[in-house]
Design a protein around this ligand. Structure first.
Ligand SMILES: [Zn+2]
Length: 373
């Protein structure tokens, strides 16, 4: 199994080739920012192609089936996860192309899973539209491809049968699972597919991050965590004071071998409780802003008082290099596409970093073999 974290500087895109060759893409963001924004990073490897095109080229290179993505999961509707109207390209199908609408027009998606289908009204349609200028185009994209055979499903929190192996499910029946941990502020309880809503106030006070969808992939002893931009802390400056969903996920996620940091390891992410429960051996930061990660978050992630033992840090771009300072920055492996390779049986893994600028995805760093714990 290979899990690729594709570096674009413009948002998240994770591409997993599961043990039997089934493919799962998590998000395909594109902020569409002009080169040289003050706080945000520039497009990598360069601005000659739209981000969606860079994503497609990467996935086609590493996919066992370059003409198809079996599952596309959208964690939430922010531009850095689905695409933006800024710098979007006109399309001939009635919607603008950016991020996922670009990718989905180029490589056929088998099943699309997002947190909104079919009504796109949690916490309300106004909330989602306000936070996601591309929403109208995205909905047209969804309907266009649904009419042409793409399956569309709402994310089912608690389920372990929404993302399944399509080719050899029986062969991996005993040691592979994808569990839907959290979505729309509802959290798996840890028993069966039971869930519980973890808020009591008005969800219309949420921003788009709190309802992020998240999954855990388990293969043998190896576990991987990716929960989009889930938040883990309250801050007085936010209207909503029910922002901590990581602590509920921490109750059920168990140990995690490799953690994709929530919300780009920004101000409100990767809280202590989650760290104590998950004790990751490696953190991966998908980074596009100078506060990805935020300095205090990085201090916390490297605090061995929270949990003992070594851990490694990976990052897709150098956007936070100056803000973190030389000491914290030196904890990171060289920046680039971060690829987690899990060996058959899920006992051993290794992490590669691929050069973003080389054109042939040259290996820049190799962790060597590690035992999954
Ligand atoms: Zn984000």
């Amino acid at each position: 199994m290979d899990i690729h974290h594709i570096a674009t500087g413009q948002g998240d895109c994770t591409f997993a080739v599961l043990p039997d060759g089934t493919t799962l893409m998590i998000d395909a963001g594109d902020l569409g920012l002009p080169q040289g924004s003050r706080h945000w990073y520039h497009r990598v490897p360069d601005a000659s192609q739209p981000t969606g095109e860079w994503l497609c080229r990467y996935m086609r290179c590493f996919s066992p089936n370059p003409d198809r993505i079996d599952y596309a999961m959208v964690t939430h509707f922010h531009a850095d996860h689905i695409g933006s109207v800024k710098e979007s390209l006109p399309g001939r199908r009635g919607y603008r192309r950016s991020g996922i609408t670009y990718v989905g027009d180029t490589i056929r998606i088998g099943t699309l899973v997002d947190r909104g289908w079919p009504d796109y009204d949690f916490p309300s349609r106004e909330n989602i539209s306000r936070e996601s200028p591309l929403l109208g185009d995205y909905l047209k994209f969804v309907h266009y491809w649904k009419e042409r055979g793409m399956k569309v499903q709402g994310f089912r929190t608690g389920a372990d049968d929404q993302f399944t192996l399509l080719h050899k499910p029986r062969r991996y029946r005993k040691n592979f699972e994808i569990r839907n941990l959290v979505g729309n502020a509802v959290v798996w309880t840890g028993s069966g597919s039971e869930t519980r809503a973890m808020y009591s106030g008005d969800p219309r006070l949420f921003d788009e991050n709190q309802p992020s969808c998240g999954i855990r992939i388990r293969y043998g002893k190896f576990t991987y965590y990716n929960c989009g931009d889930l938040s883990g802390m309250n801050f007085p400056r936010y209207k909503c004071q029910e922002r901590d969903f990581e602590s509920y996920v921490a109750d059920v996620c168990g140990r995690i071998t490799v953690m994709k940091c929530d919300h780009h390891a920004a101000t409100d992410a990767v809280n202590e409780k989650l760290m104590r429960a998950a004790r990751p051996q490696a953190f991966i930061v998908l980074a596009g802003h100078r506060e990805h990660p935020w300095k205090p978050t990085m201090d916390r992630m490297s605090d061995k008082g929270i949990y003992p033992g070594d851990r490694d840090y990976y990052i897709t771009t150098e956007c936070s290099r100056d803000d973190l300072g030389p000491e914290l920055w030196s904890l990171f492996k060289p920046a680039g596409h971060v690829v987690v390779r899990v060996y058959p049986g899920g006992r051993k893994y290794r992490i590669y970093v691929l050069d973003v600028f080389s054109g042939d995805y040259r290996i820049k760093y190799d962790s060597g073999l590690r035992n999954a714990e």
